[in-house]
Ligand binder design. Structure first.
Ligand code: NAD
Length: 268
């Protein structure tokens, strides 16, 4: 039988995950979402056919898995108010909240709980996310596999140590959608300068980014090999790529990832 999964908070991230789970065949009867605002829950009941609760403790009462999906600023108060219910039940805790360690969440919930911390990125909201996951000492293999199922319903999953989750995963996935948006902006501006209408330049650049990513993913190919395949000697692509290399693009990405990781460390 499927594990009962309760989402504490029913906003963008929670609905992306349970929407993805249902689409992948997870039984909707096993899913509950909570929010203090029933007006927000009503359309979710209608659209997804899940259970909803306005009281978090009622949501936790039958849960095997509790997904913490409220904003980090209110997480302490939300956890403190659920402490007794979670200590009674000892469910698996899965947090998608930015900036809160597994240890902090476990402490706020009274200790001695299996906790998985996820670092999803915003493309999860369209089912194309990339999440890093870290499990504390009390999580067993079957619980890891449940968390994999949850997060794979909105993208791909990598299990890592918490320090790596915080720093490297933030640098190459959590913050990285913005790097690609910047590349799209720059290509659009370049296209316009060279005579394309802005709309066409954007469509061409974005589709090219998507297509390039698909070629890497589908063929499981090495990006360096795919790049070489497009670069015929003395051709247009070779000229452009050589310019990017000589201008230090790799070094710039390395430095950006390093300052990103350092900032993540500062913020905890
Ligand atoms: P959101 O504002 O869309 O959703 C928050 C939900 O919490 C709302 O449904 C709200 O009604 C509910 N809520 C408020 N108070 C509550 C309470 N006391 N008890 C239960 N529910 C309550 O936020 P979001 O974007 O879905 O973010 C949720 C979490 O996901 C955050 O911790 C954020 O750090 C993390 N996250 C989000 C993204 C993203 O792309 N949106 C990416 C990475 C991580």
């Amino acid at each position: 039988m499927a594990s009962n999964v309760t989402f504490i908070g029913a906003g963008n991230m929670a609905s992306a995950i349970f929407g993805g789970m249902i689409e992948s065949g997870y039984p909707r009867e096993a899913i509950t979402a909570t929010s203090p605002d029933d007006a927000m829950l009503a359309p979710l009941r209608e659209r997804y056919g899940i259970h909803t609760e306005t009281d978090n403790n009622a949501g936790v009462a039958n849960a095997d898995v509790v997904v913490l999906a409220v904003k980090p600023q209110i997480m302490h108060d939300v956890c403190a108010a659920m402490r007794d219910a979670t200590q009674d039940r000892k469910p698996l805790i899965v947090s998608v909240a930015a900036g809160l360690t597994a240890e902090t969440l476990e402490r706020w919930l009274g200790g001695d709980l299996p906790v998985i911390r996820c670092m999803p990125n915003t493309p999860s909201l369209v089912g194309s996310g990339a999440s890093g996951l870290y499990a504390n000492r009390l999580v067993d293999d079957s619980q890891k596999s449940i968390a994999t199922t949850l997060m794979e319903s909105v993208g791909i999953v990598e299990w890592v140590d918490e320090e790596v989750l915080l720093e490297a995963v933030t640098a190459v996935a959590g913050s990285a959608p913005a790097y690609f948006y910047l590349v799209f902006e720059a290509l659009e501006e370049a296209g316009v300068k060279l005579g394309l209408p802005a709309e066409s330049a954007r469509r061409l650049a974005v589709q090219t980014g998507l297509g390039a990513a698909r070629m890497v993913q589908q063929g499981d190919a090495d990006p360096a090999q795919l790049r070489r395949n497009v670069m015929s000697p003395n051709g247009t692509t070779e000229r452009a790529v050589t310019h990017l290399e000589e201008a230090g693009l790799r070094q710039i990405f390395l430095e950006a990832a390093e300052v990103c990781a350092a900032r993540a460390r500062e913020m905890g």
